[in-house]
Design a protein around this ligand. Structure first.
Ligand code: ADP
Length: 270
């Protein structure tokens, strides 16, 4: 009888616990959804006034030669701040969309080699401007590195990592990229720079929203502290992770580890 009563009590308290915990989580969940909707709405609405400002600055820029040197500097500062705010609102919108339970992720087959060379080609101009050399560590393989997921989102991850690698490199630096295969069915996309590096204490916080190692330095680079948070979430959604190793004043290596899918075998030519 004693065992029976104890078991009954255990079942009743477990059920009660579930109900109470569910009730406590419900308002939290609703608050989270409200906050996510607000972020999405606010960042979306900010885009129109920002485009108007951008257009006004572009018009002023055409007449720049008529301005005094001080006013020319003010105009340049305005332009940079508008660019930063545009980037920030775009990134906030991406995060809010990613947070949404309604957000659907595309599922398509794509080749990581193609994604990396596409991202590198898009970053070539930025690298040239900063006199940073972009180089591939490995040559192409016929079979490729096939993944399933949203290739546009993976492209975005690679842009963020390449952009950082260039941004935090000194002039004349080198960014090396490559892809390797692991034994456990995953592939590594490696992006290595010879830049300023990250201290050991900062590494665990890198993927937090709005985290920036050196506020002054990153502001100068036009950073928002959201890029790596976005990259982390996209890669997690694809069942992967990002690993970082770094040495201060020597450089950093960011590795995106993604599950590979079964390769599509090509039919031999007859
Ligand atoms: P940000 O827009 O500021 O670059 P991120 O989320 O992309 O934001 O990066 C967060 C911080 O991590 C950056 O502010 C920078 O201090 C540091 N960081 C990121 N990538 C690198 C890198 N390749 N080398 C050195 N520091 C980096």
């Amino acid at each position: 009888l004693l065992i029976g009563i104890t078991l009954l009590l255990l079942v009743v308290t477990t059920i009660l616990g579930y109900i109470l915990a569910g009730r406590a989580i419900l308002p939290l969940n609703q608050a989270f959804i409200r906050q996510q909707k607000f972020t999405a709405y606010a960042s979306h609405e900010l885009r129109t006034p920002l485009s108007v400002l951008q257009l006004s600055v572009d018009i002023l820029e055409e007449e720049q030669h008529k301005l005094s040197p001080v006013h020319q500097t003010v105009l340049q500062d305005m332009k940079e701040e508008i660019e930063r705010m545009t980037r920030l609102t775009g990134q906030l919108l991406t995060l809010a969309r990613n947070d949404s339970p309604l957000q659907q992720m595309r599922r398509e087959v794509f080749d990581l080699q193609h994604s990396l060379s596409f991202a590198a080609a898009r970053m070539q101009l930025i690298a040239l401007e900063k006199n940073v050399k972009l180089q591939f560590h490995i040559s192409y393989t016929e079979e490729g590195f096939t993944c399933i997921g949203d290739s546009e989102q993976i492209d975005q991850v690679l842009y963020i990592l390449l952009d950082n690698a260039i941004k935090y490199s000194a002039e004349g630096g080198t960014v090396t990229m490559g892809i390797t295969r692991n034994d456990n069915g995953t592939a590594n996309v490696i992006i290595q720079d010879t830049g300023c590096g990250i201290s050991e204490e900062d590494i665990p916080h890198l993927f937090e929203r709005f985290y920036r190692v050196d506020q002054a330095r990153t502001r100068e680079h036009g950073g928002t502290g959201l890029g790596l948070a976005i990259a982390y979430e996209i890669v997690s959604r694809h069942g992967g992770r990002i690993a970082v190793t770094s040495t201060l004043h020597q450089g950093s290596t960011f590795t995106v580890i993604l599950p590979e899918t079964k390769r599509i075998l090509r039919q031999p030519l007859k």
